[in-house]
Design a protein around this ligand. Structure first.
Ligand code: HEM
Length: 438
């Protein structure tokens, strides 16, 4: 207790001194800080951060205070994983199992690309691996929004000190996180020893490292591979879940897309869509683009810390600021997208067929740090949506009076922003039933 008190005094003194230095630094600049509601002394907006639906709340703040914020083998494996996805969805006991089937799809594509491993069973170790990664991400708080993100000094303080909760949680995950980082590379090393390693991203880099011709070392290879799963698995899966949600709410969009797909596939020997059909299926492209816009699954982007003082559009951004891009807010910009809360794939049709609204690439972030998985993600989503449209129907559940129960239009908050309510029934169409035997 005595040692606790001994720490409180210097820490409080340090925080007070930081406050004075911060205020003095602010005074040196003529530009105002970015607009927003008034903050508290020293703690700024720490306790002013919106509790629920932050992206929506920031979008509202912007209205009040002003806006400050904005290959062939691969195709084959994506087509095969999309067919597995549809089969797994149709075989689900009920809607509670849809998320697991969708996660299997996005994990399956990544495991085949990174390590050559094909997921065949629901309890595959790659599912456990990527679920654990998500658990760590979710358990350690939203990036840039925890006290330790705002005051990194907190990670050096004892766990009883107020505000250190997430630093303590992060420490408790340390050995689990190391296991996650080692997982894919250890898997391929073992396959290499057995002479069974399939061609993959990790194998190619491992061989280069072993021959001494690689530009990355083993630690960087582990970090990169883990980043693929950390950044690409839930995002792709959640966007497909958004597609399901949209199809329950907007059945006409599904019927229209089914007509287009049926017309293109008619007379084809292989009666399932493939990437060769992409140019002839603009409707599928528009469905996918509208899913990315309607509910972007990284609503507040990935926060970045400014490494030097900066001025943006006349606003002073002090060095060390955590900057969020309100991707959700941008997707709802009424000056760009008419009826932004509605799911309207035709908004992307060029004039005179449609208003020619721009594709929403902002879903993948901006500038130098924009998502490097953009093309992979869009290809995976395109083939998953095309295959689903060709083979399945989706209906809302019915209540005791026979009335449809429409699932809530709501995404989970935080790093894993997936639809929280997927109440619907997926049924195979004739082509879907035929496919179940392939
Ligand atoms: C629908 C799917 C996806 C969405 C919506 C998405 C979105 C994003 C966003 C918003 C960022 C932050 C960009 C920024 O800081 O401005 C990001 C970063 C990143 N994404 Fe994606 N992503 C998706 C799929 C993928 C896939 C499939 C991969 C890889 C296999 C991937 C790998 C990454 C990586 C490594 C970063 C960090 C880039 C950096 O910090 O330099 N993403 N993504």
């Amino acid at each position: 207790m005595e040692s606790s008190l001994t720490l409180v005094v210097p820490v409080t003194a340090f925080l007070a001194a930081s406050f004075v230095i911060f205020k003095l630094a602010m005074r040196r600049h003529g530009e105002p800080l970015p607009p927003g509601p008034p903050g508290d002394p020293f703690l700024g907006h720490l306790f002013r951060m919106p509790k629920g639906e932050p992206a929506q709340a920031y979008h509202e703040w912007a209205k009040v205070y002003g806006a400050s914020t904005r290959t062939l083998a691969l195709f084959c494996l994506q087509e095969s994983e999309a067919r597995k996805l549809v089969k797994n969805l149709v075989r689900c006991k009920d809607y509670n199992d849809y998320h697991a089937a969708i996660n299997r799809f996005s994990t399956g594509i990544l495991s085949r690309i990174t390590t050559g491993h094909e997921i065949l069973l629901p309890d595959d170790p790659y599912m456990t691996f990527s679920n654990t990664m998500l658990e760590i991400f979710s358990g350690t708080g939203s990036p840039g929004e925890t006290p330790v993100d705002l005051f990194p000094i907190l990670k050096h303080l004892p766990s009883w000190f107020p505000g250190t909760y997430y630093a303590t949680i992060a420490r408790s995950y340390q050995s689990m996180a190391q296991g996650i980082l080692d997982f894919s590379v250890s898997y391929v090393e073992e396959k290499q020893r057995l002479g069974e390693a399939a061609p993959s991203f990790v194998l190619e880099h491992l061989e280069n490292i072993q021959e001494g011709s690689s530009q990355v070392d083993i630690k960087e290879l582990k970090d990169m591979t883990a980043a693929f799963f950390g950044a690409g698995r839930a995002t792709t899966a959640s966007t497909f879940a958004v597609f399901l949600l949209a199809m329950v709410h907007y059945p006409d969009c599904l019927s229209k897309a089914q007509k287009e797909v049926d017309a293109v596939l008619q007379g084809k020997l292989e009666q399932l869509p493939s990437f060769e059909d992409r140019e002839q299926l603009p409707c599928i492209e528009h469905l996918m683009q509208e899913c990315l816009r309607w509910f972007p699954v990284v609503p507040l982007g990935v926060p970045h810390r400014s490494i030097q003082d900066d001025v943006y559009r006349g606003m002073f951004i002090p060095k060390g600021s955590i900057v969020f891009s309100n991707i959700r807010g941008i997707s709802l910009d009424e000056s760009v997208y008419h009826k932004p809360y509605e799911f309207i794939p035709e908004r992307f049709l060029a004039s005179p067929e449609g208003p020619g609204e721009p594709k929403f690439t902002d879903a993948f972030g901006f500038g130098r740090r924009a998502c490097p998985g953009l093309y992979l993600a869009q290809d995976s989503l395109w083939i998953a949506i095309a295959t689903f449209v060709a083979t399945c129907d989706v209906h809302p559940l019915l209540d005791s009076m026979g009335q449809p129960i429409l699932p809530k239009l709501h995404l989970m908050e935080g790093i894993d922003a997936h639809p929280t309510d997927l109440r619907c029934v997926i049924k195979p169409r004739k082509r879907g039933l035929d496919m179940m035997d392939i």
